[in-house]
Design a binder for this molecule. Structure first.
Ligand SMILES: CC(C)(COP(=O)(O)OP(=O)(O)OC[C@H]1O[C@@H](n2cnc3c(N)ncnc32)[C@H](O)[C@@H]1OP(=O)(O)O)[C@@H](O)C(=O)NCCC(=O)NCCS
Length: 188
């Protein structure tokens, strides 16, 4: 098993005014609205006809403002936001599974007006830094083949395809991508 080094260095084209910070409870309302908007944008651009609408609606429900606020009750849930002039322009949400050393990325999106500016990679870097501090040895996520920019982002970041899940969530095929970031160590 090959451990992969952290991706370092901020992409040159990023606007220095973009701030990346941990998501806070007070962000929930705006963050939920941002997720609804970017999910619908993603669906229309990449997934229409390739992913069931009811699956999207279920996914969107899990990222509503109310659901995001509830996540703060769970110490294993984490999130980072990217802010441009104080307004959310990117988000990453994930989970750590107790002391298992496994960290998941549940969702990442960047405002279409700010895409391909290096914000996605910075959100991934913030995630990895956080998961390393939480003692995780592995990061993984599930994604869909038509989401080409996302898959390219993950590959650039060092996540590799690990499994293909046929007829999985709502009958859709998913790709599992992962990155080993440390040796597994049992925690007390
Ligand atoms: C995936 C996403 C978060 C990437 O965010 P981003 O801020 O645009 O990404 P970055 O600017 O950091 O780009 C990093 C890499 O991603 C890939 N990428 C980004 N935008 C791309 C595009 N439009 N086409 C192809 N590759 C793209 C490239 O490999 C890029 O590296 P490069 O600059 O050397 O070409 C963004 O496209 C998005 O929000 N998509 C819709 C939501 C989504 O698909 N989420 C994933 C659900 S599993």
């Amino acid at each position: 098993m090959q451990l992969r080094e952290p991706v370092t260095g901020v992409p040159e084209r990023i606007d220095p005014k973009i701030v990346i910070r941990k998501m806070q409870k007070k962000d929930s309302k705006k963050a939920g609205e941002f997720c609804q908007y970017t999910m619908m944008w993603m669906y229309k651009k990449y997934l229409r006809g390739a992913y069931p609408r009811e699956a999207l609606e279920f996914d969107a429900g899990m990222k509503s403002s109310a659901s995001l606020e509830k996540r703060f009750k769970n110490p294993d849930a984490y999130g980072f936001v990217a802010l441009s002039d104080g307004k959310i322009c990117g988000i990453v949400l994930g989970m750590v599974f107790g002391n298992s050393g496994l960290g998941k990325i549940n969702w990442i999106s960047v405002d279409p007006k700010h895409q391909h500016e290096g914000i996605g990679i910075r959100l991934m870097m913030a995630t990895e830094g956080y998961l390393r501090k939480r003692g995780c040895h592995k990061i993984y996520l599930n994604t869909l083949a038509p989401l080409v920019p996302a898959i390219r982002l993950y590959m650039k970041f060092g996540l590799l395809p690990e499994a293909y899940l046929r007829k999985h969530w709502w009958g859709s095929d998913f790709i599992v991508m992962s990155k080993h970031i440390a040796e597994y160590k049992k925690k007390r």
